[in-house]
Write a protein that binds this ligand. Sequence first.
Ligand SMILES: [Mg+2]
Length: 114
Amino acid sequence: MSITIQNLISESNKTAKNKGWWDDENRNIGELLALIHSEVSEALESYRITGKDELSKTWLSKSGKPEGFVIELADVLIRIADLCGEFNLDLDQALKTKLEYNKARPYRHGNKKA
Ligand SMILES: [Mg+2]
């Protein structure tokens, strides 16, 4: 099964709502961005466990929760999609716009070293 960006957004937002994460109407954008970042940090912690040679390794925690670097990257996307769903943001179009723009940028634009 392949998933589209729109499916990712609708599934992520629907599940988050069903699990009560949107019961508090005062959630703010800063908190949501911090939660996205927390998943990036979890990816770093997974990388520290597996190292570069086993980035694709996944496992189940004692409670049955999927773990691993790529699982945490999935969490990043799920949180981004949930935010986009809640605020009706057209991530699909934004991706198309930015991917096209990036293609047109000069080699190592900005003269940065990394
Ligand atoms: Mg996670």
